[in-house]
Write a protein that binds this ligand. Structure first.
Ligand SMILES: NC(=O)c1ccc[n+]([C@@H]2O[C@H](COP(=O)([O-])OP(=O)(O)OC[C@H]3O[C@@H](n4cnc5c(N)ncnc54)[C@H](OP(=O)(O)O)[C@@H]3O)[C@@H](O)[C@H]2O)c1
Length: 316
């Protein structure tokens, strides 16, 4: 029996990494094996991955030695950071730097870095269409990742830069689902006017990543963007209305209003949506549906994702 090539997956118990671990394990005749990294090998999610056939190992992305152990002997790795766990660009970048260094040390042959644009290339700090945050960012959770692309290149790691997009799972877990207004009518709220928002089922990110690892060399040194659909707020509201059998409206607000909502990260997200709105052609163009479907033939549309997940969306 030929030895399978190990892919070390960071964030394996979470949205992106979980999708990749499952995609690797489901591909019984494939050439890859999944090494799932978690801080707690005894958690329910970790045990579930072990039961499915993953090698589950303990490491914290804040511990460079732990990362080195997790990467040792592997062929490749899926590298992702967890901005919303701490809201710190500096921490996220220190983690990305450790990942690149550990990948180089382990001699990995293919790393996928889950990144996003450095929006300051489109909206320099001097552009006052949106506020500068923390003194040096426009969209902190984007800019920090985009800046960290260079860590992988400079370390000489064979890397694919994977541009993700809005997870529809945010409608379940991130408080973005339809909410009842004063009139009792359900609405989704985005500061996108009539522009299209690329979105994806989080599990499909992992499946696309699996496709990238399978195609290998073709993607090294390349940036690839993925999405399951490009939809306006009105189109998403119509899809909700159809799936839920209840009227759901699209409440378009200005980005400044979204930034003032007051929840943690509201300013970052307000700027992010404004970037996606103001640079719609670039942002959608960088996330081809055809490329995403070629990498992952099971790619879900928003309608298909809603049909499967509508029961899990909290309706307030
Ligand atoms: N939500 C969106 O729409 C969206 C869109 C594009 C990009 N993103 C980006 O996606 C990233 C998060 O990815 P995700 O949603 O896949 O993550 P996630 O589901 O929130 O979490 C992934 C897993 O990471 C592990 N983890 C957290 N901190 C860790 C640490 N210090 N060391 C090791 N493991 C740690 C946790 O596992 P254990 O508890 O088992 O250790 C967790 O289950 C963020 O940086 C965000 O900016 C989000």
């Amino acid at each position: 029996m030929t030895q399978k090539k190990i892919i070390t997956v960071l964030g394996a118990t979470g949205a992106q990494g979980g999708g990749l671990v499952r995609a690797i394990l489901e591909d019984k005749t494939g050439t890859f094996a999944a090494r799932a990294v978690t801080r707690d090998v005894n958690s329910e999610k970790s045990r579930e991955l072990a039961k499915l056939g993953a090698e589950v190992v303990a490491a914290d992305v804040d511990d460079p030695a732990g990362l080195e152990r997790a990467f040792k002997g592997a062929y490749g790795a899926y590298c992702v950071t967890f901005f919303w766990a701490h809201f710190s660009v500096e921490k996220e970048q220190a983690e990305a730097r450790s990942m690149a260094a550990a990948a180089k040390k382990a001699g990995l042959q293919h790393v996928i870095w889950s990144t996003l644009e450095d929006t300051r290339k489109w909206v320099p700090l001097s552009d006052d269409r949106m506020p500068t945050l923390n003194g040096k960012y426009k969209v902190p959770h984007f800019d920090g990742k985009g800046e960290a692309d260079a860590y992988f290149t400079e370390a000489g790691v064979p890397t694919t830069f994977l541009l993700t997009c809005f997870f529809w799972d945010n409608f379940i877990h991130f408080g973005m689902g339809p909410k009842a207004g004063p009139d009792g009518k359900l609405a989704i709220t985005f500061p996108m006017d009539d522009k299209k928002l690329p979105g994806i089922a989080a599990e499909d990110i992992g499946r696309c990543a699996s496709g990238i690892f399978k195609e290998g060399a073709k993607w090294i040194g390349k940036t690839v963007g993925i999405a399951g659909d490009h939809l306006t707020g009105a189109q998403m509201a119509a899809a909700f209305t159809k799936a839920l059998g209840r009227d759901v409206r699209y409440n378009a607000v200005p980005p400044s209003v979204y930034r003032s909502f007051g929840f943690p990260g509201a300013e970052d997200l307000g700027n992010m949506f404004q970037f996606k709105r103001d640079f719609e052609d670039y942002f959608c163009g960088a996330r081809s549906l055809d490329t995403s479907r070629a990498l992952n033939p099971r790619l879900q549309t928003f309608d298909a994702w809603l049909a499967k997940n509508k029961g899990s969306i909290p309706l307030e």
